[in-house]
Design a protein around this ligand. Sequence first.
Ligand code: HEC
Length: 254
Amino acid sequence: MNRATLNQIVDLAASILFLGMLVTAYILWVALPPQTHRLLTLWGVTRHQWGTVHAYLSFAFLAVVALHLALHWKWAVSVVRHRLHRSAASGKDVARSAVAAVFVLGVVFGLFAWAIQSGVQPLPESQLGDVHPSSPQPVKDDSETLGSEVPSPEPTLSFEADILPILSEHCVDCHGPQTARGGFRVDERASWMGSEESTVWITPGDSDASPILAVLTGKRPIARPEVHRLPDRDVQLLRQWIDGGAPGLESLPH
Ligand code: HEC
């Protein structure tokens, strides 16, 4: 294979990988936004799995770009030399610049790694619903919320870990992206919090002022009452989550 063909193949691969990165970024952004990984799949693939695909595409892209650079190494070196007003180099110079390049790259990468390491912070309290295992809040224990003795003060529940599983089991078939009965979607904030055209179903922090609980306990008349009755345990979890400020709800799309 000659050099020109090889270059073409490498560039084509880079373009395809880059396109793949864009497509998966779009999926992660628009189709399966944060918080949806227990609720939605696209072609049977969850948000987390799409994230992994996105990461691998990026690594492959990086590898192909490195290959591209290697194929054009002579050119890159001569441009740099020209910039530095240096003429043809001796072997010693090449070795020295290689060492310098590795050193510079090492320093840049070291700074990058340090910035990342020190940049990771726990989420502020208001968004604690987004994280679970590392949450400093007491994590709920199923057995405790089950029976009559509810621990006090009640721990704040997480939308993702505690509430989404209930909604995806009992609601999403009729109130999700595919079918939204009555225009209500469990994966949209405005459906819960109300908007100009729709009812307020949840008032964060106040389960008594949240009519959704009356729906799910059969106290409020609604179409298909049999599908809107939830087991007591699930109702209790929802109540506890709403009283804890319904964390995670505000980060759902619109
Ligand atoms: C088998 C289908 C089905 C399931 C499952 C289901 N619903 Fe419904 N839901 C309906 C239908 C049908 C309506 C009435 C829609 C209409 O008024 O046109 C409705 C209405 C609603 C409404 C009122 C919407 C409005 O503003 O009028 C809410 C809120 C609601 N459902 C919440 C839930 C929740 C929460 C769950 C899960 C616990 C759930 N539903 C499960 C079919 C379903």
